[in-house]
Design a protein around this ligand. Structure first.
Ligand SMILES: C[S@@+](CC[C@H](N)C(=O)[O-])C[C@H]1O[C@@H](n2cnc3c(N)ncnc32)[C@H](O)[C@@H]1O
Length: 249
């Protein structure tokens, strides 16, 4: 083969390589677009994706990623009504000047519901900075703190009049061990309000822990709501109850 043909062949091989790179880039872009489309359209998968997190750091990263769409997904695709429901129970037992900790505040839906009822002294706490940023933009909290339920909470003993925690005490999120610190940071005679899925209450050690705290005279039950459907659009089969306890020591 003479030099001329070698040059032509070289150019053809070069063009083939360029073409291959272009095709790979187009393919990757399409995979990403389709992935994002599926994530946006299949919101139930997003919930499963969050619940399947292997540890707190993965859980926090996944909530960070979901934060911007969380409010819209929860209201449009699930009809999430637990924040308003639990806020209503808290308001029955406390005056609006009370210092309230929203534990696992997420994007601030509970804070928003409480502020609509006149509460102003609200602190948001969550493990996800992304969720807390969304909560901050609601302008209903005077303080926002990144902390983890189940670990030491950096508040003095008896600091809050009440704690509220909605959709947080559940599989792969905060466990029954979280109650010890929530009790410590609540004043004696203060109130702790939280939602629990009915099967999680029975199967994940919550029933045992809640009864233990009661028999140890750490808290006493003030009220338990009837079962209600917190996600009437997306998961109508799910049942929650709101639990309201008074802290004794
Ligand atoms: C289903 S969302 C509920 C958010 C909000 N309370 C609501 O009702 O919309 C659960 C929230 O709990 C937070 N979370 C989960 N496990 C936590 C933990 N161990 N400590 C603190 N926050 C936690 C997540 O980051 C997320 O913001």
């Amino acid at each position: 083969m003479n030099g001329k043909w070698l040059k032509v062949l070289g150019r053809l091989v070069g063009m083939k390589n360029v073409l291959a790179v272009v095709v790979i880039n187009i393919k990757n872009a399409m995979v990403q677009v389709i992935g994002e489309f599926l994530m946006d359209t299949n919101n139930e998968d997003r919930v499963k994706w969050v619940y399947s997190s292997k540890n707190n750091s993965e859980l926090s990263e996944r909530y960070d990623e979901w934060a911007k769409d969380y409010d819209n997904d929860l209201s449009e695709f699930f009809g999430w009504i637990a924040p308003q429901t639990a806020a209503g129970y808290l308001a029955k037992h406390l005056d609006t000047q009370s210092e309230v900790l929203d534990a696992g505040a997420g994007t601030g839906l509970v804070g928003h519901a409480l502020s609509e009822l006149g509460f102003k002294n609200l602190t948001a706490m969550d493990l996800s900075m992304g969720m807390l940023k969304e909560a901050e933009s609601k302008n209903v909290y005077k303080k926002l703190d990144q902390m983890v339920l189940g670990e030491f909470l950096d508040y003095p003993a008896g600091y809050f009049d009440a704690v509220i925690s909605v959709g947080v005490m559940t599989n792969g999120h905060a466990g029954p061990g979280s109650f010890d610190e929530l009790v410590r940071v609540t004043k004696p005679q203060g109130v702790i309000v939280f939602t629990l899925k009915t099967d999680v209450y029975l199967e994940n050690g919550f029933k045992q822990k809640m009864e233990q705290l009661e028999s140890d005279k750490v808290w006493e039950i003030l009220e338990v709501s009837d079962e209600f459907h917190p996600l009437p659009i997306g998961e109508p089969e799910v049942l929650h109850k709101v639990w309201i306890y008074k802290v004794l020591k």
